[in-house]
Ligand binder design. Sequence first.
Ligand SMILES: Nc1ncnc2c1ncn2[C@@H]1O[C@H](COP(=O)(O)OP(=O)(O)OP(=O)(O)O)[C@@H](O)[C@H]1O
Length: 605
Amino acid sequence: MVDMARRLPHLVRRSLALAWQVDRWAAVGLLACQTASGVMQAMGLLAVSGTLTALLSSGDIYQRLLQAWPSLVMLAGAAAVRALLGITVGWLSSRLGPQMSRQAERMLLRTATDAELAAYDAPGFNHKREAADRGAQAAQDLVYEGQDLIASAASFAAGAAVLAGVHPLLLPLLVLAGLPQAVAQIGAARVRYLAQLRTNGEYRMLSVLRWHICDRYAADQIRAGTMADFLIDRYRHTTERINSADRRAADTGARMSLLGSACGGLASALVWAAVVWLLATGRITVGHAGTAVFALQAVGGALRGLVSGGARAMRTGLYMDDWSDFLDEAGGHRMRRGAHRPDRPREIVVEDLVYRYEEAESDALRGVSLTVRRGEVVALVGYNGSGKTTLGKLISGLYLPTSGGVAWDGTRTADCDPHALWSQVALVPQDYARWPLTARENITLGQPSDRGDEAVRAACAASGADEVVAGLRSGLDTVLARDWLGGQELSGGQWQRVALTRAFHRNAGLLVLDEPTANLDPLGEYHIFQGLRRLAEERAVVLITHRLTNVAVADRIVVLDKGRVVQHGTFAELTAAPGLFKELWTYQHTREAGERPSAPKERLP
Ligand SMILES: Nc1ncnc2c1ncn2[C@@H]1O[C@H](COP(=O)(O)OP(=O)(O)OP(=O)(O)O)[C@@H](O)[C@H]1O
């Protein structure tokens, strides 16, 4: 609570800034209306007090009614204005609240894309991102909670003023009576928050399972593999774990509330006893006692409102705190690199490179050194898990070395502006994204060149995707997603051609192709490798492939094994020299020739 109180001003500032950003007039109007509504409530209470004092005073009833009349008018007026303000507050809140959450989500998305790629390998990052996401959703609750708090605070202030006027003893007693409930409710809110935080991982698993179970990409495998029962069972087990954590939190919260209410009840009895005692000992009049009854109820209600609103606001504050922390630090992975803006690289030098994934027990790459030059195709080959993809990502500046260096024309990737560097990278990863966008957007990645569709068509011709586009109902305007209205789905190989077209369309100085033809037919594959030399004229090309016949196109071949470079040379050199490449080549070559191969040493049974 102390920590929360310390961070509260920062949070309030950020929330107000959020409201100001999305709709400043609604934010100002809301604050003004809430404050006015609080003032009206206070005036109403003062009017009740005035009416009661007038009616319960001694004298002629006609005179007393006449005396009470202004207060009654004030009471009715305050109630009418409050009703109007209530409607306005409701209208403005429903405008502002959802917009605040959407804005908070957008800020979160921007922060997530500004985090280092390595963040996604750190288990804590996803956890923090999810907590922040919940904070973004909760942003709109702050509007309603702030509203309740302001109203309760105004009502408390009015009641307190009236009560203090009746007798100075009553107010401190009442505040004391409210304390146990306040502590209990805030404690319960914190218990619920912590339970949700602990089950974040389970929630993530649920959403992943939901996606896998319902999405069409795995629908055939779920049916053919008769997996539905297994997956739904897994879903049930996960929900049971969440339910049991929720139940425990609810039970603890209820126990805390019960204890708080019991203590609060006893304390309230004390307050009422004090009123009776004050009346019995002639310290207050009957009129004052009547006013005290109303004021006590109003202040009690306001206090309860303050306590429960405060507890809810504190819980929302904890969620918002996660969001705010994430915005500041991107889960501890905000990109902080240099400002150098590299041109098309002439030479990329990798020197004594070591890379270890977060929390991995060993290095994925150890002591790797190589050079990639413009106009060259460098092929990376090796067994699964030998580090080829990781090396490709380090050369592209997607990861930063754990030690050693990757330098583009003499400047380390860590010292380069990452966005400027990536604008010089064209990457075809093994698992390319299938964006539910038009074919054109899928190829240009939302960044059309000055030559417009002409450049898109040239890239399509280079990858063989021209035939794919020709078969689309609306050509480049076709949305590549069957589920979407008017969309059309592509085959695996057709998607790979689109992924290659993206890279060919991009005017980048480094082309990284990770298994670029795994899904292509032999003709498509031949076409790509034929075009590779021409592409390399103006670029540095890094080619990762298991098809060793294709690496003949490379100027140099780097052979990796368990994260180390074990051989390098031209195709002719490596097929002639004994070593891993020759073993792999002999195995693949003889197999393709239909002969019975002998397995490479130590690897295959
Ligand atoms: N995100 C990750 N987190 C932790 N370890 C990883 C991650 N990605 C890869 N690794 C590990 O790093 C090593 C190298 O993986 P990498 O993907 O670079 O191999 P590869 O040679 O490209 O394999 P393949 O031929 O199967 O594509 C492997 O041991 C792998 O388990």
